[in-house]
Design a protein around this ligand. Structure first.
Ligand code: ZN
Ligand code: FE
Length: 256
């Protein structure tokens, strides 16, 4: 069994497109469907044929190309069964906690409500590969649109519990803005300071800051560090619950 090949590209204003390709079987999935033309160009460039679209959530900037890709490629649209009424063109609904067989690889649909109620992260345990959509970003997390702070905090905790060397792809390139905010919450964290310098250098060269890893996010992403003593002290929340600290950091980010 060969490793999945991955191709990440920019599309829309700040979305990422990602293709994953199983070279043994010759199938290719698009993680979300943000942009028909960009996805077709990426497929062209790699010489891959689209077989599936695996969706993290129903927002327009993640499903817009579903129908077009289905028409052009006969791609099978796979999403969270519980959210199937909101996913255009869905063919296969996967229940949270269950796996979808992508060729010889198993994609686990992990329930990650908060940004939307039906949001899932897609996890290939055998590849140590995670697609977090708009739940976790590099140095950030998605806005809590439909769920509660408690749900979002739990969703992030579930992802943070995956192995540190899990490679993480996210739905958007928000890292530079997230870095500026993270420095207001955790400025004395030397791992963060170092990473912010790397991010600035990457963006100055217009290079992507993704993928990241679970280990890197745990040491630098303020939304995963709500139990950190220095952060709590800075927020004057030494004795607050993890959820309350999370909610306060999210509130500050919304106003940042
Ligand atoms: Zn979204
Ligand atoms: Fe999005």
């Amino acid at each position: 069994m060969s490793a999945l090949e991955i191709y990440q590209f920019n599309c829309r204003s700040d979305n990422f497109g990602v293709l994953i390709h199983d070279p043994d079987i010759g199938i290719t999935a698009s993680i979300d469907a943000p942009d028909e033309n960009a996805i077709n160009e990426a497929l062209d460039q790699k010489g891959w044929t689209l077989s599936h679209v695996l969706l993290t959530h129903h927002h327009f900037d993640h499903v817009e190309a579903n129908i077009a890709l289905k028409q052009k490629w006969g791609a099978i649209i796979v999403g969270n069964q519980a959210d199937q009424d909101r996913i255009p063109g869905i063919d296969i609904g996967v229940a949270c906690g269950q796996h979808f067989d992508f060729g010889t690889h198993k994609a686990k649909f992990i329930d990650t409500p908060g940004h939307t109620i039906g949001h899932v992260a897609i996890y290939f345990a055998d590849q140590k590969l995670l697609f977090t959509g708009d739940t976790m970003f590099a140095l950030g997390c998605g806005r809590v649109f439909e769920g509660t702070a408690e749900q979002m905090h739990k969703s992030l905790s579930v992802l943070a519990a995956l192995p540190d060397d899990t490679v993480v792809y996210c739905g958007h390139e928000y890292t530079l803005a997230n870095a500026g905010f993270a420095m207001t919450i955790d400025p004395e964290n030397s791992a963060l300071v170092e990473r912010v310098a790397q991010i600035k250098a990457l963006r100055a060269d217009k290079l992507p800051t993704l993928p990241t890893s679970i280990g890197q996010e745990k040491s630098t992403n303020p939304f995963l560090r709500v139990d950190d003593a220095r952060i709590r002290q800075r927020l004057n929340m030494e004795n607050a619950s993890d959820v309350d600290v999370f909610a306060e950091i999210r509130r500050r980010k919304d106003e940042f």
